[in-house]
Every structure is written in structure tokens, then in C-alpha cells.
Ligand binder design. Structure first.
Ligand code: FAD
Ligand code: 2HG
Ligand code: ZN
Length: 493
């Protein structure tokens, strides 16, 4: 039995949005109540699909009236449980998926104004059709929405050149937690008229407002784009390679992704075809397999100039002993194959079973030292743990992921293996996570560079952040959302 206030809210939501936009059947709700990793299993009273900003604002006003908690959801690809409701069955999911309008295209100003439910991939295609580039790029781009990207301040693989989602956004439209509409869709590169509200909402993970539309910053398309997979001996080599690449390429260096040998091993284990192309350089199994770096150069002049630049970086790295071998993609299909290897790590890890997922950042200059020390300390206490770390080395962000010991899976079916890994991770997760986070704090780093706190890292944020910082965050939340109806239980609320 639903509480009377919730029932009334749902009845009024049906009259506002129509029956087709309010789903309450458990089978309809299920896919929206489980996160991408299947780590969080929530229960919602309903999911609503408003089709425009004004209707959403009315829903939010109604929710305040009836004290009903709302959970914003985009593509449900988030990795921190931010879009998953709690288990009470009393929260209501609000999907932004039907906000699909392209509001404005301005090739001269190099901006694109779109509604929140459009996927990142579609945004990239729209920019491409304008002869321009929207550089935000991540593995889940086919499903993740631009609203979700901004709400999580997503990073991805091009941050070292173009910045994260925040840097790629000039303005937003927001429905506040009390149901007002703020139109901040300014297409300006400069605007110093008071507090930066845009940047307050970006990265707030649906706790301070619904982002309903955004002005996105576009860039000229590079004339030449080349990628290489480079064999390195260690994270220390990767840092030396980064120094060489930055010195020689400056802004033309648009990607620098590190993959530990064990993070590639998990792709080989589950999707061997995907790892085939890279195998000739980085090895194919066991001790033969090395750490590697995927480098991307985007040159404004030509493909030839990009190639020349990358060849020179590789030659210098080999001379200095920072790299031992490399493969330079000779065609777009080879480029795609190398990126596919990198982007498949997350998928392969999900196939393997549950892991401890970490999303840390330290200053780039400290990243190699962090990895070396952390690996040593981790293996001393957990000798069989699998170090699946990989990530956006060029901007200091590493997914220091940890896989359960493979010995637990001996003789088991895939299903039994996943169950055994889940048990192991559930038993050890807190200890493992704390161990890494404590070292992150010692390095003056961040416990979430790009995935956000959601519900996964809330307790750790409370443990690590100062009372001043937490106090300021709580004051902002209270001021904007006095009834606490927006995404309760996430971030710090
Ligand atoms: P959801 O998962 O639906 O929601 C995420 C959070 O944002 C929730 O707290 C939700 O309440 C809130 N939210 C969603 N939409 C809105 C809105 N319109 N207004 C207000 N709040 C909203 N992330 C990276 O940063 N870099 C990566 O490289 C990367 N790679 C990934 C690869 C894979 C295979 C997967 C599965 C995920 C990856 N992610 C990555 C994580 C994820 O894709 C991003 O966090 C993405 O930005 C989430 O978008 P979404 O639309 O799916 O949001
Ligand atoms: C990536 O960089 C994503 O591919 C996912 O941020 C990271 O699987 C992960 O932990
Ligand atoms: Zn990432």
C-alpha cells in the first residue's frame, strides 16, 4: 500500500503527463532500478517521463507539495549508483530521456544547444554535421545523456586537451528542487555577473537541480588524427613518455591512456578477439604481457603531420628507454581497433565479475609514484589480488580497480565464478577501498576524479572531507532544496 501522499502525487502526475509517461509496474521499473554494474538494487514507486521543461517543473512543485523524493535519471550508465533509488519503494524516478530537442546550432559561435535527454553520441554526430567537434568521449557514449554527463561532470579520454564536461559547457537550463526554471542558456565565453550558478549545478549529481538543457562548446575538427599503442615497462616509463609527448606535441596531444598489463589481461580472458591487434606489441598473456599506453595526436594541419609527430615521440621514447616497441595505426579501422581494446576493459571486467572500482586522481607528476607504491603495498597484504588499474594518465586520473583472486574461480562455471568473486569483494571491499583512499589522501589527491560520489563513495567522502567543506556543501543543499526531495541519500545528503 502506497502512503496517501505518494498515491495522490502519482494520480496528479498521471493527469499532468498522461498515462504513457508514468510507469508503475514492477517489470517496467526493474531496468531503471538497477545500476549499470549491478551493484545497487533499488525499488521505486514509479518512473516518470516528462517531455519538456515546463512539465518537469510542475512535477517538481507537486513533489514538494506531497514531500515525495525524486531521483533524476539519464542513460543509467553512471558508475556510482547516483541514479538508483533507495530500497524503500517510495522514491520516484524521473527520466530525462524524452527531452530530445535541439534548441540551437550556431556554427559561428561554435555552440550547440540541446536538451538533456540527447545521448552523447548524438551530440557528437550533430557537431560533426556542423563541421565541428564535440570532444567529450567515453565508453558509454551511445547511452549516456548530455544531462547525465553534466550532472556527473564526466571526464573521458580527451580531458588533457579539452577539459571535462564542465569545461565544455557555456550555459544550462535547470529546474530547481522547488520547481522553478532557471534559464542560464547563455552562449558566452565570458560572464562575470555574480556567483557561478552553472558550475554549482554541473557535477551536483542530481542533488541540486534537474539539468534540462545545455549550451555546448564546439571545436574545429583536427585535419589529422593518429593513434599508437606503445609498450612500456612500467608506470614510471609511462610518465617519462608523457613528458616527451607533451614537450613535442603540446596541444596536439589529445589522448594519453595507460593500461596495466592486468587490465588488458581481463580483455584477453573474456574478449580475446578485441585484444588481438594490440597483442603483437604488448604481448598476449602472462609475463609476456606488458603495461601499455594509447597515445592520440590530433594535428590541425594534416594526417601526415600528425603521423610525423607521433613517430618522433615514439623514437625519442625508445632512445630514452621509456618505451620498447609501438604500433602506429595505419588506417581508421586500426585506430578503432586500438581504442576498442582500451574501451573494452570496463565491459570485460563486468563480464569477469564484480571488482572494487576506484576513480582516483593525484597530480600527474605523482601518478607513477602512486601506482608503484600502491601496487607494492597492495600485493604485500593481498598477494593474489588482480591490479586492473588503467585510465586517463595524461590528466592524472586512474581507475585503480581491484579484481578478486583468480584462484577462487578454479573449476567453477562462469556463473559460480561471478558469485565467488562477488562474495570476496563484498567481504573485502571496505578494507581495500580505504587502503587506496588513504594513500590518495596522503598524495593530496581525489577519491573521485570523474565518476562522482553517488551512493558508492558517500561514506568515504564523509570520512575524508573536512567539516568545513562538508558544512558548506550541506548549507548549499539546504538552501536550494529545503524539503530535501531531490536525490536524497546521494553525494552528501
Ligand atoms: P545516469 O547514470 O542516468 O545518472 C548519473 C547521475 O546524474 C545520477 O546521480 C543522476 O541522478 C544524475 N542525472 C542524470 N541526468 C540528470 C539531469 N539531466 N539532471 C540532473 N541530474 C541528472 N564516466 C566518465 O566520466 N568517464 C569515462 O570515461 C566513463 N566511461 C564509462 C564507460 C562505461 C562502459 C560506462 C558504463 C560508464 C562510463 N562512465 C564514464 C560513467 C557514465 O557513463 C557517466 O557518468 C555519464 O556521464 C552518466 O550519464 P547518464 O546519462 O547515464 O547518467
Ligand atoms: C573508463 O575510463 C571509464 O573507461 C570506466 O571511466 C572506468 O571501468 C572503470 O572503472
Ligand atoms: Zn574513466
Amino acid at each position: 500500500m502506497k502512503a496517501p501522499a505518494l498515491s495522490q502525487f502519482l494520480e496528479q502526475a498521471v493527469s499532468l503527463l498522461g498515462e504513457g509517461a508514468v510507469k508503475t509496474a514492477p517489470s517496467d521499473l526493474e531496468p531503471y532500478c538497477i545500476d549499470w554494474r549491478k551493484r545497487f538494487f533499488g525499488k521505486a514507486a514509479a518512473i516518470l517521463f516528462p517531455s519538456n521543461t515546463e512539465l518537469l517543473a510542475k512535477i517538481v512543485r507537486l513533489a514538494n507539495q506531497h514531500q515525495v523524493a525524486l531521483v533524476p535519471q539519464g542513460g543509467n550508465t553512471g558508475l556510482s549508483g547516483g541514479a538508483t533509488p533507495d530500497s524503500s519503494g517510495e522514491q520516484v524516478l524521473v527520466s530525462l530521456a524524452r527531452l530530445q530537442q535541439v534548441r540551437e546550432q550556431d556554427a559561428v559561435n561554435k555552440t550547440l544547444t540541446v536538451e538533456a535527454g540527447i545521448t552523447l553520441l548524438r551530440v557528437q554526430e550533430l557537431a560533426d554535421a556542423m563541421g565541428l567537434l564535440f570532444p567529450l568521449s567515453l565508453g558509454a557514449e551511445g547511452s549516456a545523456t548530455i544531462g547525465g554527463n553534466l550532472a556527473t561532470n564526466a571526464g573521458g579520454t580527451a580531458v588533457l586537451r579539452y577539459g571535462n564536461a564542465r569545461d565544455l559547457c557555456l550555459g544550462i537550463e535547470v529546474v530547481t528542487p522547488t520547481g522553478e526554471i532557471w534559464n542560464g542558456l547563455r552562449r558566452l565565453r565570458k560572464d562575470n555577473t555574480g556567483y557561478d550558478l552553472r558550475d554549482l549545478f554541473i557535477g551536483s549529481e542530481g542533488t541540486l537541480g534537474f539539468i534540462t538543457a545545455a549550451v555546448l562548446k564546439l571545436f574545429p575538427k583536427p585535419a589529422g588524427l593518429v593513434t599508437a599503442l606503445v609498450r612500456v615497462g612500467s608506470a614510471t616509463d609511462a610518465l617519462a613518455l608523457l613528458q616527451i609527448a607533451q614537450a613535442q606535441c603540446d596541444a596536439a596531444l589529445t589522448g594519453f591512456e595507460y593500461m596495466s598489463a592486468q587490465s588488458v589481461q581481463v580483455v584477453i580472458d573474456h574478449f580475446p578477439e578485441v585484444a588481438k591487434h594490440g597483442a603483437q606489441i604488448i604481448g598476449s598473456a602472462g609475463s609476456d604481457l606488458s603495461d601499455s599506453v594509447l597515445i592520440e595526436i590530433s594535428h590541425p594541419a594534416s594526417e601526415g603531420a600528425a603521423k610525423e609527430m607521433l613517430e618522433s615521440v615514439i623514437a625519442e621514447a625508445i632512445t630514452q628507454g621509456a618505451a620498447s616497441d609501438a604500433i602506429l595505426a595505419q588506417s581508421m579501422s586500426q585506430t578503432k581497433a586500438l581504442w576498442h581494446l582500451r574501451e573494452t576493459i570496463t565491459l570485460a571486467a563486468a563480464e569477469d565479475g564484480v571488482q572494487v572500482k576506484l576513480d582516483i586522481a593525484v597530480p600527474v607528476s605523482k601518478l607513477a609514484e602512486f601506482i608503484t607504491e600502491m601496487d607494492r603495498e597492495m600485493l604485500a597484504e593481498f598477494p593474489e589480488i588482480r591490479l586492473h588499474n588503467f585510465g586517463h594518465f595524461g590528466d592524472g586520473n586512474l581507475h585503480y580497480n581491484l579484481g578478486a583472486p583468480q584462484s577462487l574461480a578454479k573449476g567453477l562455471s562462469a556463473e559460480q565464478r561471478r558469485a565467488a568473486y562477488r562474495t570476496y569483494i563484498e567481504q573485502n571491499e571496505e578494507r581495500l577501498r580505504r587502503k587506496v583512499h588513504d594513500r590518495v589522501v596522503a598524495f593530496n589527491g581525489s577519491i573521485s576524479a570523474e565518476h562522482g560520489l553517488g551512493q558508492l563513495r558517500k561514506a568515504e567522502a564523509w570520512r575524508i572531507k573536512s567539516s568545513v567543506e562538508l558544512g558548506l556543501m550541506k548549507t548549499i543543499k539546504q538552501a536550494l532544496d529545503p524539503n530535501g526531495i531531490l536525490n536524497p541519500g546521494k553525494v552528501i545528503s
